[in-house]
Design a protein around this ligand. Structure first.
Ligand code: SF4
Ligand code: SF4
Length: 149
């Protein structure tokens, strides 16, 4: 899912695109849909019919004929607005709930290092989740007209 390059030793994306291939993985929320549709200058409804499929009651990004996400072309074509799920990978709270998830994810993602002790991995993942949370709070502050900024 071509995450941003990151200095954490527990993960370094190899840009292989493996996580952008295969059906059903990439859920998109309504705010993801709105952001990507805006980026592509598409109407959100049209975006859904053109680029999404339903998985149960939830939307996922459609696959191209080659089995990759419809937005994959050696790189993510919507990188600045890619879905939250893609942005968060591999720093997921599920890893903090059960470190076995990190090791399972490592089976399909060559960027994930599994040769560190559990506590090192957990600290690195927790740090990234915290950074993300702080960045979100900063965004909310700067976009809040009541904040006086
Ligand atoms: S949106 Fe981008 S990062 Fe996410 S699966 Fe598709 S190509 Fe990969
Ligand atoms: S599978 Fe892992 S290493 Fe490959 S592109 Fe996705 S995040 Fe990067």
């Amino acid at each position: 899912m071509t995450p941003d390059p990151c200095c954490e030793p527990v993960f370094a994306c190899q840009m292989c695109g493996d996580c952008c291939r295969g059906y059903g993985g990439t859920y998109v929320t309504e705010s993801d849909i709105q952001a990507i549709a805006d980026y592509l200058h598409e109407d959100p409804k049209r975006f859904k019919s053109k680029y999404c499929q339903l998985s149960g009651s939830r939307y996922v990004l459609a696959q191209a004929g080659n089995g990759y996400c419809i937005f994959w072309d050696k790189l993510c074509r919507i990188h600045p607005v890619k879905p939250r799920m893609c942005r968060n990978w591999p720093y997921l709270s599920a890893v903090l709930e059960d470190i076995a998830n990190w090791r399972a994810m490592g089976n399909s993602c060559p960027g994930i290092r599994t040769d560190f002790p559990d506590d090192v991995i957990c600290r690195a993942v927790a740090r990234q989740i915290e950074k993300r949370r702080n960045a979100r709070l900063d965004d909310e502050m700067t976009s809040d007209p009541e904040s006086g900024e």
